[in-house]
Design a protein around this ligand. Structure first.
Ligand SMILES: [Zn+2]
Length: 119
């Protein structure tokens, strides 16, 4: 696959509500915060979603972390975005969560998915 076709030409942050991405093929795709947060690719969120495609620790032990529940409003408030190299976007949320690094290929997938559901 041609990597350059997966690098957005423009990323616009829509306040805390999400982002809009323009792709090299001209497609303009809006990604609401909810879609982005649900699609967070970090290990913690994948585990929370029960996503078994992520490799589980061999011990199967629960981490002894104190999880502070945040309000949905905080979780879905996009606070900051930044570029990660030439391949991904980092996002920080209102609850402080920022370990999700979104490869452009994932953003492209999330965008088409939400588009199909809406049609
Ligand atoms: Zn996450």
């Amino acid at each position: 696959m041609n990597q350059s076709s997966l690098i957005p030409t423009e990323i616009r942050r829509n306040g805390t509500a999400g982002i809009t991405i323009r792709w090299p093929d001209g497609a303009l795709v809006s990604l609401p915060s909810e879609v982005l947060r649900r699609g967070c690719p970090c290990a913690e969120c994948r585990e929370r979603r029960g996503d078994t495609s992520h490799a589980k620790p061999l011990t199967g032990k629960k981490r002894a972390l104190t999880i502070l529940e945040s309000t949905a409003q905080e979780e879905l408030a996009l606070q900051e975005i930044w570029g990660v190299g030439q391949y991904a976007l980092g996002i920080r949320w209102g609850d402080g969560h920022s370990s999700g690094i979104y490869p452009f290929s994932l953003l492209r997938e999330l965008g088409s998915e939400s588009g199909e559901k809406r049609s």
